[in-house]
Design a protein. Structure first.
Length: 182
């Protein structure tokens, strides 16, 4: 995974996961943290897509918060990225490539979560009827409403800012997370 290929918004969402883990007393950072982060960042594209899928956003955010609250709580110890979140972070880069995008955006993170959900996220997506096809339709509608007539991923190119100096090639999020702890 090349962390320098993440947009500013996707990096912000990933970085917030660590803070959420501390707030909720979790040692392992997992998909629930990322999904909650994606939903609650400023001007959240994912929250807009949830609305486009005609899902009541407040109920959905509350359901994700409940999933966070159910995670194992520990005191002390160093936080680390769990295996299921790591799969999503790696898979998001593949999603970007498949869509013809150069950078990994929040949309790609969400699509990767649909592709590689852990048990709790799978249950939430099933409960709300979130599928890749349904999300793709919402993405298409969002791009059209934004006036983007380019190929898939175009909306992200003109709304996601690239964060300069976010790390070198091959630097994984798990390495970045550990470095900040030590």
């Amino acid at each position: 995974m090349n962390i320098s290929k993440f947009t500013q918004n996707s990096m912000q969402a990933v970085e917030r996961c660590e803070k959420l883990a501390y707030e909720y007393g979790n040692q392992e950072i997992e998909q629930e943290h990322l999904l909650y982060s994606l939903l609650t960042i400023e001007d959240s594209l994912i929250l807009k897509l949830i609305e486009k899928m005609e899902i009541q956003k407040e109920y959905f955010v509350n359901r994700v918060m409940q999933a966070l609250e159910k995670r194992v709580k520990v005191q002390g110890g160093q936080v680390y990225i769990g295996q299921y979140l790591n799969k999503v972070l790696i898979s998001a880069e593949d999603e970007a490539k498949q869509m013809g995008d150069e950078y990994v955006s929040v949309e790609h993170l969400f699509l990767a979560m649909i592709r590689e959900p852990n048990r709790e996220i799978r249950e939430i997506f099933r409960e709300f009827g979130i599928t890749r096809e349904r999300l793709s339709g919402a993405v298409h509608d969002q791009r059209e409403s934004a006036g983007d007539k380019r190929q898939p991923g175009g909306h992200l190119r003109h709304t996601g800012k690239i964060r300069p100096g976010t790390g070198g090639a091959g630097q994984g999020a798990e390495v970045r997370s550990r470095d900040r702890q030590g």
